[in-house]
Design a protein around this ligand. Sequence first.
Ligand code: ZN
Length: 82
Amino acid sequence: MNWKTEYQLQDMDPTQKVGIICKKCGLSQSLTVAELITRFDRQLYLYEAERALLCTSWGCGSAVRLELSHDGLMEGFQGGLA
Ligand SMILES: [Zn+2]
C-alpha cells in the first residue's frame, strides 16, 4: 500500500515530519503535518499535497516528492547536495 494514497493529513500525527524533495534540483525541506494542515485541508490525501506543492527554490518551481522522515533518518535522503 502507498501511504500517500492511504492517508489524509488528519490521519497523521501532527508532529510527524514530511520531507519535501524537489525532483529537479533536489532541494530538500521538511514540514510537519501540522504545518501542511495550515496550508491545505485536513482531508487532503498525501498524494494530493505532493501534487499541490512546488519547489520553493527561486527559478525552479518543479514538482516535488514527499517522504516520511523519522528522527535520525533525514541524513538518508538522496540528492540535494548543495
Ligand atoms: Zn527545485
